[in-house]
Design a protein around this ligand. Structure first.
Ligand code: AMP
Length: 283
């Protein structure tokens, strides 16, 4: 069966109703499109574990700040459709702005505190947009499991918190980061890196690897020491502008003085005019 593209909320809701009546499980993969192997790994997991898989493609304007890259974010419906169809996805939800945010739209979802740190410090309205759109998508698709990538670790944490706090029924699975052959975390934004910037972008993952090596050599290293070493390494590259390098526990996303539990080592930096994020798990 070919993947069916659905553009209206009411049509998709009707379909969901019949799926629910037949007691089938629904896997949902929200994306902004321009799909790569990272997205496809989430879709494959959903296909494996659910009766029906729904992928959404929507470049959500409310999660971009005024000076961010909403207008130049890569988009290619035809290319994405072919990839999705090859994976036998059942439904592609492909709404437009008028449908998602009709004139007079005024309701927003915010996960306090966690939306202000790290990514939230540099993108103050970002998570409000993410939680709002995902809450809407969850209400429309009512999935059994939603698939998210560890690539956006803070986003995955915040969405998990939102689902707990607002009693959404779906489970969440966080899938590992898919990288290219040189270690760069795949991202739709990578197409905007020129040759030189691509080489520089590899330093993000190299910095995280250095942090991991230091931890593996000395498990009782303080987080401050580890972060300082990472900062000192990456600051040699003056064309990379680091927003933050940080360590946060996987469980609570809080700061920890020593790596006594599983935690993320996270980095965000601008390379040329492309802002990239990456992380690695320690402990
Ligand atoms: P995006 O289209 O960038 O909003 O991403 C949609 C989903 O794919 C999010 O849950 C991302 O975390 C996930 N994702 C993006 N890049 C990767 C990657 N390299 N590996 C695994 N998952 C990813």
């Amino acid at each position: 069966m070919k993947t069916k593209t659905i553009k209206s909320i009411s049509s998709l809701k009707k379909i969901i109703k019949t799926i629910k009546l037949s007691n089938k499980s629904i896997g949902f993969v929200p994306t902004m499109g321009y799909l790569h192997e990272g997205h496809l790994s989430l879709i494959r997991a959903s296909k494996k574990e659910n009766d029906i898989t729904i992928v959404s493609i929507y470049v959500n304007p409310t999660q971009f700040g005024a000076n961010e890259d909403f207008n130049i974010y890569p988009r290619d419906y035809k290319r994405d459709y072919l990839l999705i169809n090859q994976l036998n996805v059942n439904y592609l939800f492909y709404p437009n702005n008028e449908i998602m945010y009709p004139i007079g739209y005024s309701t927003f979802v915010d996960v306090d505190n966690y939306n202000k740190i790290l990514e939230g410090e540099f993108r103050p309205t970002h998570f409000r947009g993410v939680t709002t759109i995902v809450a809407k998508l969850l209400n429309i698709t009512q999935p059994t499991i939603m698939y998210l990538g560890q690539k956006d670790a803070q986003q995955a944490f915040i969405l998990t918190k939102m689902c707990q706090d607002l009693n959404f029924d779906c489970k969440i699975k966080i899938m590992p980061i898919i990288r290219d052959e040189n270690g760069l975390a795949l991202s739709s934004r990578n197409v905007r890196l020129n040759k030189d910037d691509y080489q520089l972008a590899l330093q993000l993952n190299k910095t995280l690897k250095l942090g991991k090596e230091l931890f593996l050599k000395n498990h009782s290293i303080t987080t401050d020491k580890l972060l300082n070493a990472c900062q000192n390494y990456i600051k040699k590259f003056d064309k990379i502008s680091v927003d933050y390098i940080a360590c946060r526990s996987v469980k609570k996303f809080d700061e920890i003085p020593k790596i006594t539990e599983k935690c993320y080592l996270l980095i965000a930096a601008k390379v040329g005019n492309v802002r990239l994020i990456d992380n690695i798990i320690l402990g």
